[in-house]
Design a protein. Structure first.
Length: 191
C-alpha cells in the first residue's frame, strides 16, 4: 500500500464511508486536532516519567484513535437502512471516562490543594503537558462547533473535556515528581 494516493491533490479528502469534503472542513479540523493532541501525548510519554503515567497515556492515545475514527466517519454512512451499523467503529464508553476520573482522583489525593491558578511551565515535561491540555481544549471547541451542525456522539465531547482536566492534573503531578516550581498566578492589584 502506498502512502500517497494523489486523491487529495485538489484540496479534498475522503471520510470513512467515502464522502469527500474540503480539507479545511470542520470535521477534518476536529480530527486533525485530535491527531495533533495524540502526537503531543506521545512526546510526554517519551519523557522520563513514571511507568503508570506512561501506560495511561498509551491507553489514552489508543482512545484518541477511536475518537478520530468517530469524527472521520460520515454520520449519514454509519447506518444501513435497517438501522444496523454499516461501519465497525469502536465507541467511547463510560469506562473510558471513568478511567480518567479515577486517575485524576488518585493523583489529586497526593497533591497540595490548589489555591490559585498556576502559570504553565517549571519543567519541559510539565510544559509539554500544558501544551497538550490546550490542544485538547482546542479539539473540544472544534468538536462542539461540529456538533452544532451535525450531531456528534456526546461521549466524545465528555471524553475530550475530561481529558483536558486529566492533563492539567498530570501536569501538577509531574511538577511534584520532577520537583518543579509551580508558580501561582497572582493578579496585579489596581491602584
Amino acid at each position: 500500500m502506498k502512502i500517497y494516493t494523489k486523491t487529495g491533490d485538489k484540496g479534498t479528502t475522503a471520510l470513512f464511508g467515502g464522502t469527500r469534503v474540503a480539507k479545511h472542513h470542520i470535521r477534518i479540523d476536529s480530527y486533525g486536532t485530535v491527531d495533533e493532541l495524540n502526537s503531543w501525548l506521545g512526546l510526554i510519554r517519551d519523557q522520563d516519567i513514571d511507568v503508570s503515567s506512561k501506560e495511561t497515556l498509551t491507553l489514552i492515545q489508543s482512545k484518541l484513535f477511536t475518537v478520530g475514527a468517530i469524527l472521520a466517519t460520515d454520520p449519514e454512512k454509519m447506518l444501513l437502512k435497517n438501522g444496523k451499523e454499516r461501519l465497525n467503529i469502536p465507541k467511547i464508553v463510560d469506562a473510558d471516562i471513568e478511567l480518567l476520573e479515577t486517575k485524576m482522583d488518585s493523583m489529586d489525593e497526593k497533591l497540595p490543594p490548589m489555591t490559585h491558578f498556576i502559570l504553565p511551565g517549571g519543567h519541559t515535561t510539565v510544559s509539554y503537558c500544558h501544551i497538550a491540555r490546550t490542544v485538547c481544549r482546542r479539539a473540544e471547541r472544534l468538536v462542539t462547533q461540529l456538533h452544532e451542525n451535525v450531531p456528534v456522539d456526546l461521549q466524545v465531547l465528555v471524553y475530550l473535556n475530561r481529558l483536558s482536566d486529566y492533563l492539567f492534573v498530570l501536569a501538577r503531578k509531574l511538577s511534584s515528581d520532577l520537583h518543579a516550581n509551580e508558580i501561582k498566578w497572582i493578579p496585579e492589584k489596581k491602584d
